[in-house]
Design a protein around this ligand. Sequence first.
Ligand code: UDX
Length: 437
Amino acid sequence: MRISVIGCGYLGAVHAACMAKLGHEVVGIDVDERKVAELSKAAAPFYEPGLDDLLRDVQETGRLSFTTDMSAAAGNDIHFICVGTPQKKGENAADMSFVDSAVTALLPHVAAGNLVVGKSTVPVGTAARLEGLLEASEPTAHLVWNPEFLREGHAVQDTLSPDRLVYGVKSGEEEHVAVAILDDVYAGPIADGTPRLVTDHATAELVKAAANSFLATKISFINAMAEVCEASGADVTRLADAIGLDDRIGRKFLHAGIGFGGGCLPKDIRAFMARAGELGADQALTFLREVDAINMRRRTRVVELTRELMGGMLLGKRITVLGAAFKPESDDVRDSPALSIAAQLQLQGAVVTVTDPKALPNAARRFPELQYEPELSKAVAKADALLLLTEWEEFRRLDPYELAVSVASPRILDGRNVLDAGKWRAAGWTYRGLGRP
Ligand code: UDX
């Protein structure tokens, strides 16, 4: 099939490459010339495992191209909307301006019978509104909401073999003409057994908001338990192991630590609350305010714990923060808890050095006032304390004996509860986890 992918960020670049991998003819369209230039050279404009290889692989086939020119969408059968919906400045609601301008620019190129398929995470009701615009411009085209559930760091695999496909069509019926067309687009994953659900527009939009809210709630639940564990001397990691064995609960997403960040969960739960308020259903989601508050409290807690670890004084203390990305295997620093903690420590007088295998250029753009050191051995030298805040594999594997000779003082705060506390203590370190004795 001939496909346009509008927006080539974390979602669209991966989607475009994967659609080409599935055998389609794809053009990726973005307003950012730098992104288009890099993608055209088969280089991912951000770090995502496997994406560079995939881009090279499919570009050799000639099935994938990138451009800033929206008219390249003309003649294609399907147009995916993959632009961002960030949080509005000073408000909880989502900023819909990128979606609106992408659709407005696309409409003149939409032909009879085409599908316009929304993948961006949007407030419920957006599809109905866009459907009106599409009908006015090309009455025989169809609008589908097909939310994307990919995780950064696993984006390629999540797109090629998703957990599920959700098609939100106007009627909500399996017989809708768009269903068969999308089944052709996703013929590969469907043949591999990916479940596919057809819903109405509003349900499809809500599936994404609900899924992310559930995940955020699960993380904040275990972080709330960490607070109780801290107050009572219990160990949240063993608690999570024990409750996680109940398969109604499950162990996934029960890692207590510095909380969630990134370009999705924080802004999605806020946008969901804002939208529920507009719909008069705000009471239904007041619990998400608590989920958000628990999450933000973790960051303050780490700053307090670091102060305790330093004997009550942060001023002039050399603190090395291991990790800047919001999660490992990503260079994304949007709402990164690690960077937010690093910045708070620096504000309180600590001398903070941040190291990360991939995210330092993005981190330096966002927080230019922090010091960055790409080389781990230099970053930890003479540190008064280490803070492990993003659980990259190379930080998990650090040898406490080797490291003890480089630092000024062997103190570590394990913000992700991934180190073996016994081993670090045996090597002479003062070890602190979160929600652990
Ligand atoms: C999330 C959803 O998982 C994905 O389905 C959706 O499409 C986009 O948002 P992503 O933001 O890539 O994906 O990351 P995810 O793996 O969900 O992690 C989010 C944050 O939660 C990270 O900061 C991570 O460190 C944190 N987290 C995750 C925890 O603190 N504890 C956990 O147990 C799991």
